[in-house]
Design a binder for this molecule. Sequence first.
Ligand code: BGC
Length: 764
Amino acid sequence: MNNDLIKNNLLYEINDLSLDNDDLILNETIFHNANGYIGVRSNFEEGYKEGFDSIRGSYINGFYDFAEMKQAEKLCGLCEEKQTMLNVADPQGITVMFGNETFSMFEGEVVESSRFLNMAEGYTGRRVVWCSPEGKKVEITSKRMTSFVSLPLFTIEYSVKALNFSSDLIFESSHIGDVKNYCNPNDPRVAGESFDHLVPVSADIDDGVSYIVTGTSKSGLTVCTAVKNVLMKDGAVECAVNGHKTAAHIRTHIDENETVTLVKYTVFSDSIRHEDCRADAAREMTEALGVSLEAHYAAQKAYMDNFWEQSMLEIEGDDDLCIATKYNIYQLLQSVGKDEYSNIAAKGLSGEGYEGHYFWDTEMYMQPFFTLTNPEISRSLVSYRYSILDGARANARILGHKKGALYPWRTIMGKECSGYFPSGSAQYHIDGDIAYSTIAYYLATKDLDFIAEKGAEIVFETARLWMDTGNYYHGQFHINDVTGPDEYTCIVNNNYFTNASAQYNLHWAVRFYNLLKEAGKLSVAEKIGLTEEEVAEFEKAEKNMYLPYDEELGINPQDDSFLHKEMWDFENTPKDHYPLLLHYHPLYIYRYQVCKQADTVLSHFIYEDAQDIETIRKSFAYYEKVTTHDSSLSTCIYSIVASKLGLADKAYAYFGDSAKLDLFNLHHNTKDGIHTANMGGNYMAIVYGFGGLRLKESGLYFAPSLPKQWKSYKFKINYEQSQIQVEVKPEESIFSLIHGDAKTINVYGKAYTLKDTLTVPMNA
Ligand code: BGC
């Protein structure tokens, strides 16, 4: 089995004899289990030794408490409260005793130790061969799964094998309700203070299942976790409640060469999704126990088979890159919320970095993968934004706007959570980003009914916001005092990316208005009081949008003042002063030409038709020199634009940095969680970058190139209910219609009808 998995790059395995605290905490993230609803970090069941740091956490997507966000000066409209994702309970604990000895990686001798992630079947595992101080040799394996089919379910199958002895065997399995979130006062990317968010409600045992119900201190939410331990041989199981924890004491015997297995089932339920989460957890537990563990594994495998079939992406080339790319795609699936109560947090469900908040990361980096491979999930992501549209309207009023909706820069349930508004609320481009991804969903599916039902309202309300933010100056529409994607340049006039995205947003507001009108599906206009005159204003602003251009350099300046600033002194900036945000006062950074991440270069990908290729080429060269890529959202975009410009070596180098970021901990902070946006960006670097894919109203475009390091690559996408496979080889690209109606596709600018298979020579 393993050979096949390794060949397909679906098994990631490490031998980790190291008990270095940094490695342990990193692997908690790398091997976490998640299914879009719940996420459990990969902690050792038995814990570490005294004094070791650990982020021991289990999370529910969209489940939050409010936390105070102190503002030193009470300016009007600043947020004083944020939402924060909670660590909800700890169902991971299992310790095992052989006679008088307890298994610990920190005592006796660890003879073998490995961890693996099986992406074909959707589980993680750990295998240890351990010799106790008294010489008892055991093999311990644990297999963990968060089910994609029964979203509330997390299982641990924990097996021990006595290799050279027989003895009494005791498992202590804990279920802990009084847990806390992790904090680090010295890192702005995780919470700085630890609050008591959880309030015990009840802990009880019913029919061998322990239930822990916990409330939140401020948001009025409730969570219930239920745990059942099933010993797969005869033995005595006793459960006891102790405060807001329960413990199961499981006693049996093990003979030499015998394997004894304990299966620990946990289900999670929350009051956002269920009125009575204690009752729901009981129902889910009964359902989970009603089928065998093998059946749960089989269902998981069937789900994964379908997932890999839909989102197939194969590279023949560098093994490290292949596995990193598969890992990234797998993490997108683990992270994405699949209901309207949740979205994709910046760290997925793998850790507490960015407190479980949703940013523009979803729309511009992760959602494109789902739009192309699983449009239903993409639609659900738009539905989530639709569900918080009223929150966005309220947010716009807080910021003084008389009309329109302004989405919060970071949020869980719809209210703004950014403490530092210059690089938070001021990033108005989030409106354009959400509109862009809604439009992309439409372009990929032509699902006008969904646009009529939800999408258009988002696009109209965000268009209104631009009208209320900008103003005409010398006949052109300007947008002042906003922040673009690059957070090293804040509160500027006419950020090029923002203006380009507002232009696209306004263009599509007009387009949707007309499309819906023609189709007789325009009831939303009446609902929100949108008039023909307002739509004519949208069109006028779109046509007159000011897009900064510098004649002398032949580039688009990032904003009106960017080119007036002095260059950052890169030569004299020590390597350990990156990321700059951790070493320099923000104001100091703002005064220089230095970018944290792709900004204008991002627009040259997303809104590529706004400029000619020469301007894009010069802009790329210019911004490349001043970009630090301190944000993980950057190198993937540089890779895509380098591909577009035919800069193959650069495209590949940027792609490699992006692909391996988490698996190889390149930013040294993967312990706080994966960089989910980069993972989506990495997918885009292949499909949009090397594959040259673009979704436009005029059709589907490709311009394939093959990195010289690879023999070939292929991927599948969904387009208007058809599935298309693209295979890129050194001499040619082969397009195959896997199912659905024939489609017109454009390859290197030439239109072809794809009926079954089409072969196009490289660069023809
Ligand atoms: C980036 C933002 C991003 C956020 C969350 C920041 O470092 O600058 O663009 O949205 O991280 O990933």
